[in-house]
Design a protein around this ligand. Structure first.
Ligand SMILES: CC(C)(COP(=O)(O)OP(=O)(O)OC[C@H]1O[C@@H](n2cnc3c(N)ncnc32)[C@H](O)[C@@H]1O)[C@@H](O)C(=O)NCCC(=O)NCCS
Ligand SMILES: Nc1ncnc2c1ncn2[C@@H]1O[C@H](COP(=O)(O)OP(=O)(O)OP(=O)(O)O)[C@@H](O)[C@H]1O
Length: 197
Protein backbone atom coordinates (compact mmCIF):
# COMPACT_ATOMS: atom_id res chain seq x y z
CA UNK A 1 0.00 0.00 0.00
CA UNK A 2 1.39 3.41 -0.97
CA UNK A 3 1.14 5.78 2.01
CA UNK A 4 1.04 9.56 1.64
CA UNK A 5 1.27 11.94 4.60
CA UNK A 6 -0.56 15.24 4.45
CA UNK A 7 0.49 17.79 7.02
CA UNK A 8 0.69 21.51 7.74
CA UNK A 9 0.62 23.92 10.63
CA UNK A 10 -2.53 24.79 12.51
CA UNK A 11 -5.13 26.38 10.21
CA UNK A 12 -3.16 25.64 7.02
CA UNK A 13 -6.12 23.69 5.62
CA UNK A 14 -4.82 20.12 5.73
CA UNK A 15 -8.21 18.66 6.71
CA UNK A 16 -9.96 20.64 3.95
CA UNK A 17 -7.50 19.39 1.31
CA UNK A 18 -7.52 15.81 2.65
CA UNK A 19 -11.33 15.81 2.37
CA UNK A 20 -10.98 16.92 -1.25
CA UNK A 21 -8.72 13.93 -2.06
CA UNK A 22 -11.37 11.72 -0.49
CA UNK A 23 -14.45 13.23 -2.16
CA UNK A 24 -12.91 13.93 -5.59
CA UNK A 25 -10.61 10.91 -6.06
CA UNK A 26 -12.01 8.38 -3.56
CA UNK A 27 -8.74 8.21 -1.63
CA UNK A 28 -9.14 6.79 1.90
CA UNK A 29 -7.98 9.25 4.57
CA UNK A 30 -6.76 8.41 8.07
CA UNK A 31 -7.39 11.46 10.28
CA UNK A 32 -4.64 11.06 12.90
CA UNK A 33 -5.90 13.72 15.33
CA UNK A 34 -9.39 12.15 15.44
CA UNK A 35 -8.00 8.61 15.81
CA UNK A 36 -5.53 9.82 18.45
CA UNK A 37 -8.36 11.18 20.58
CA UNK A 38 -10.29 7.90 20.27
CA UNK A 39 -7.16 5.96 21.29
CA UNK A 40 -6.65 8.32 24.24
CA UNK A 41 -10.04 7.15 25.51
CA UNK A 42 -8.93 3.50 25.59
CA UNK A 43 -7.73 1.88 28.82
CA UNK A 44 -4.23 1.31 27.42
CA UNK A 45 -3.60 5.05 27.01
CA UNK A 46 -5.81 6.37 29.79
CA UNK A 47 -3.49 5.06 32.50
CA UNK A 48 -0.22 6.64 31.30
CA UNK A 49 -2.05 9.90 30.46
CA UNK A 50 -3.48 10.14 33.99
CA UNK A 51 -0.02 9.38 35.38
CA UNK A 52 1.40 12.25 33.28
CA UNK A 53 -1.33 14.89 33.52
CA UNK A 54 -3.54 13.87 36.44
CA UNK A 55 -7.07 12.50 36.92
CA UNK A 56 -8.63 15.72 35.62
CA UNK A 57 -7.52 14.66 32.11
CA UNK A 58 -10.78 12.70 31.96
CA UNK A 59 -14.21 14.05 32.77
CA UNK A 60 -17.20 11.69 32.85
CA UNK A 61 -14.90 8.99 31.47
CA UNK A 62 -13.98 11.00 28.36
CA UNK A 63 -10.78 12.87 27.55
CA UNK A 64 -11.08 16.50 28.68
CA UNK A 65 -9.51 18.07 25.57
CA UNK A 66 -9.53 21.59 26.93
CA UNK A 67 -7.82 20.61 30.19
CA UNK A 68 -5.19 18.57 28.34
CA UNK A 69 -4.65 21.28 25.71
CA UNK A 70 -4.24 23.98 28.40
CA UNK A 71 -1.57 21.87 30.09
CA UNK A 72 0.47 20.59 27.15
CA UNK A 73 0.50 23.52 24.73
CA UNK A 74 2.03 25.71 27.46
CA UNK A 75 4.70 23.17 28.40
CA UNK A 76 7.04 21.70 25.76
CA UNK A 77 8.24 18.93 28.06
CA UNK A 78 4.71 17.72 28.91
CA UNK A 79 3.70 17.82 25.23
CA UNK A 80 6.74 15.73 24.27
CA UNK A 81 5.85 13.18 26.94
CA UNK A 82 2.23 13.07 25.77
CA UNK A 83 3.41 12.66 22.16
CA UNK A 84 5.57 9.74 23.27
CA UNK A 85 2.48 8.03 24.72
CA UNK A 86 0.10 8.80 21.85
CA UNK A 87 2.17 8.69 18.64
CA UNK A 88 3.36 5.04 18.83
CA UNK A 89 -0.26 3.94 19.42
CA UNK A 90 -1.40 5.98 16.41
CA UNK A 91 1.42 4.49 14.30
CA UNK A 92 0.30 0.95 15.13
CA UNK A 93 -3.39 1.76 14.56
CA UNK A 94 -2.57 3.38 11.19
CA UNK A 95 -0.69 0.27 10.07
CA UNK A 96 -3.70 -1.95 10.87
CA UNK A 97 -6.03 0.52 9.16
CA UNK A 98 -3.86 0.50 5.99
CA UNK A 99 -4.11 -3.28 5.78
CA UNK A 100 -7.90 -2.95 5.45
CA UNK A 101 -7.88 -0.40 2.60
CA UNK A 102 -8.27 -1.15 -1.06
CA UNK A 103 -7.12 1.88 -3.06
CA UNK A 104 -4.16 3.00 -5.21
CA UNK A 105 -2.83 4.88 -2.17
CA UNK A 106 -3.96 6.18 1.22
CA UNK A 107 -3.54 9.54 2.94
CA UNK A 108 -2.52 10.05 6.55
CA UNK A 109 -3.61 13.50 7.70
CA UNK A 110 -1.56 14.57 10.73
CA UNK A 111 -0.47 17.81 12.38
CA UNK A 112 2.90 16.35 13.25
CA UNK A 113 4.76 14.31 10.64
CA UNK A 114 8.25 15.73 10.21
CA UNK A 115 8.67 16.79 13.85
CA UNK A 116 8.37 13.24 15.21
CA UNK A 117 10.00 11.25 12.40
CA UNK A 118 6.71 9.71 11.15
CA UNK A 119 7.38 11.04 7.64
CA UNK A 120 10.26 8.61 7.15
CA UNK A 121 7.81 5.68 7.22
CA UNK A 122 5.64 7.13 4.45
CA UNK A 123 6.13 6.93 0.69
CA UNK A 124 5.32 10.61 0.02
CA UNK A 125 4.56 13.74 1.99
CA UNK A 126 2.35 16.68 1.05
CA UNK A 127 2.84 19.92 2.98
CA UNK A 128 0.00 22.46 3.10
CA UNK A 129 1.16 26.02 3.60
CA UNK A 130 -0.49 29.42 4.09
CA UNK A 131 0.72 32.69 5.63
CA UNK A 132 0.70 32.73 9.43
CA UNK A 133 -1.78 35.62 9.71
CA UNK A 134 -4.20 33.87 7.36
CA UNK A 135 -3.96 30.64 9.40
CA UNK A 136 -4.70 32.50 12.64
CA UNK A 137 -7.66 34.24 11.01
CA UNK A 138 -9.05 30.92 9.72
CA UNK A 139 -8.87 29.23 13.12
CA UNK A 140 -10.45 32.24 14.87
CA UNK A 141 -13.33 32.04 12.40
CA UNK A 142 -13.64 28.25 12.76
CA UNK A 143 -13.70 27.80 16.54
CA UNK A 144 -13.62 29.66 19.85
CA UNK A 145 -9.82 29.67 20.32
CA UNK A 146 -7.94 32.84 21.20
CA UNK A 147 -4.90 34.19 19.32
CA UNK A 148 -2.82 33.12 22.35
CA UNK A 149 -4.12 29.52 22.16
CA UNK A 150 -3.33 29.36 18.45
CA UNK A 151 0.16 30.83 18.87
CA UNK A 152 0.90 28.40 21.71
CA UNK A 153 0.16 25.52 19.31
CA UNK A 154 2.08 27.14 16.43
CA UNK A 155 5.11 27.50 18.66
CA UNK A 156 5.14 23.74 19.22
CA UNK A 157 5.22 23.05 15.46
CA UNK A 158 8.05 23.52 13.00
CA UNK A 159 7.65 26.55 10.74
CA UNK A 160 7.08 26.17 7.00
CA UNK A 161 10.68 27.13 6.12
CA UNK A 162 11.92 24.09 8.02
CA UNK A 163 9.33 21.71 6.54
CA UNK A 164 9.37 22.85 2.88
CA UNK A 165 12.73 21.20 1.98
CA UNK A 166 11.53 17.91 3.48
CA UNK A 167 8.20 17.65 1.65
CA UNK A 168 7.73 15.81 -1.68
CA UNK A 169 4.82 18.06 -2.64
CA UNK A 170 3.67 21.46 -1.43
CA UNK A 171 0.21 22.97 -1.76
CA UNK A 172 0.08 26.68 -1.12
CA UNK A 173 -3.47 26.88 0.19
CA UNK A 174 -4.59 30.46 -0.29
CA UNK A 175 -7.37 30.34 -2.85
CA UNK A 176 -9.25 27.04 -2.59
CA UNK A 177 -9.92 26.41 -6.30
CA UNK A 178 -6.24 26.86 -7.00
CA UNK A 179 -5.38 24.46 -4.15
CA UNK A 180 -7.70 21.88 -5.68
CA UNK A 181 -5.81 22.16 -9.00
CA UNK A 182 -2.54 21.61 -7.15
CA UNK A 183 -4.09 18.58 -5.41
CA UNK A 184 -5.24 17.15 -8.76
CA UNK A 185 -1.70 17.41 -10.19
CA UNK A 186 -0.25 15.66 -7.14
CA UNK A 187 -2.86 12.90 -7.36
CA UNK A 188 -1.96 12.34 -11.03
CA UNK A 189 1.76 12.34 -10.25
CA UNK A 190 1.37 9.70 -7.53
CA UNK A 191 -0.69 7.51 -9.85
CA UNK A 192 1.92 7.95 -12.65
CA UNK A 193 4.79 7.02 -10.31
CA UNK A 194 2.84 3.97 -9.20
CA UNK A 195 2.48 2.73 -12.77
CA UNK A 196 6.16 3.41 -13.54
CA UNK A 197 7.59 1.56 -10.53
C1 LIG B 1 -4.32 18.27 23.45
C2 LIG B 1 -5.45 17.69 22.62
C3 LIG B 1 -6.31 16.73 23.44
C4 LIG B 1 -6.33 18.87 22.14
O1 LIG B 1 -7.39 18.39 21.33
P1 LIG B 1 -8.11 19.40 20.28
O2 LIG B 1 -9.38 18.70 19.86
O3 LIG B 1 -8.22 20.75 20.88
O4 LIG B 1 -7.12 19.53 19.06
P2 LIG B 1 -6.78 18.50 17.86
O5 LIG B 1 -6.16 17.25 18.42
O6 LIG B 1 -7.96 18.31 16.97
O7 LIG B 1 -5.63 19.27 17.11
C5 LIG B 1 -5.90 20.53 16.48
C6 LIG B 1 -4.61 21.14 16.07
O8 LIG B 1 -3.75 21.37 17.22
C7 LIG B 1 -2.41 21.18 16.84
N1 LIG B 1 -1.80 20.01 17.57
C8 LIG B 1 -2.41 18.88 18.04
N2 LIG B 1 -1.52 18.04 18.59
C9 LIG B 1 -0.32 18.65 18.47
C10 LIG B 1 1.00 18.28 18.86
N3 LIG B 1 1.25 17.11 19.46
N4 LIG B 1 2.00 19.15 18.59
C11 LIG B 1 1.75 20.34 17.97
N5 LIG B 1 0.53 20.73 17.59
C12 LIG B 1 -0.48 19.91 17.83
C13 LIG B 1 -2.45 20.87 15.33
O9 LIG B 1 -2.35 22.01 14.56
C14 LIG B 1 -3.79 20.22 15.17
O10 LIG B 1 -4.22 20.15 13.85
C15 LIG B 1 -4.88 16.94 21.37
O11 LIG B 1 -4.41 17.86 20.41
C16 LIG B 1 -3.75 15.99 21.71
O12 LIG B 1 -3.96 15.07 22.46
N6 LIG B 1 -2.53 16.26 21.16
C17 LIG B 1 -1.36 15.44 21.51
C18 LIG B 1 -1.37 14.14 20.74
C19 LIG B 1 -1.24 14.39 19.26
O13 LIG B 1 -0.17 14.69 18.74
N7 LIG B 1 -2.37 14.27 18.51
C20 LIG B 1 -2.36 14.58 17.10
C21 LIG B 1 -2.31 13.44 16.20
S1 LIG B 1 -1.09 12.20 16.38
N1 LIG C 1 -8.24 28.03 0.81
C1 LIG C 1 -9.06 28.34 1.80
N2 LIG C 1 -9.77 29.49 1.75
C2 LIG C 1 -10.62 29.85 2.76
N3 LIG C 1 -10.82 29.12 3.88
C3 LIG C 1 -10.13 27.96 3.99
C4 LIG C 1 -9.23 27.52 2.97
N4 LIG C 1 -8.70 26.34 3.36
C5 LIG C 1 -9.25 26.06 4.57
N5 LIG C 1 -10.11 27.03 4.94
C6 LIG C 1 -10.88 27.10 6.21
O1 LIG C 1 -9.92 27.37 7.24
C7 LIG C 1 -10.24 26.64 8.42
C8 LIG C 1 -9.05 25.74 8.77
O2 LIG C 1 -8.96 24.71 7.80
P1 LIG C 1 -8.71 23.19 8.24
O3 LIG C 1 -9.56 22.83 9.39
O4 LIG C 1 -8.78 22.37 7.02
O5 LIG C 1 -7.19 23.36 8.70
P2 LIG C 1 -6.25 22.36 9.47
O6 LIG C 1 -4.88 22.57 8.93
O7 LIG C 1 -6.79 20.98 9.38
O8 LIG C 1 -6.37 22.94 10.95
P3 LIG C 1 -5.94 22.31 12.39
O9 LIG C 1 -4.46 22.29 12.40
O10 LIG C 1 -6.50 23.25 13.38
O11 LIG C 1 -6.56 20.94 12.49
C9 LIG C 1 -11.52 25.86 8.13
O12 LIG C 1 -12.61 26.57 8.63
C10 LIG C 1 -11.56 25.80 6.59
O13 LIG C 1 -12.86 25.73 6.09
Amino acid sequence: MITVGITGGIGSGKTTIAKYFSSEFGIPVYYADIEAKALMNTEALRKPIIRLLGKASYRGGELDRKYVADKVFKDKDLLEKLNQIVHPAVGKHFKNWCAQQDAPYVLKEAAILFENGTASGLDYTILITAPKKMRIHRVLERDDSTVEDIENRMNKQWNDAKKIPLADFIIENIELDNSKLQAKNIHRQILRDRVNT
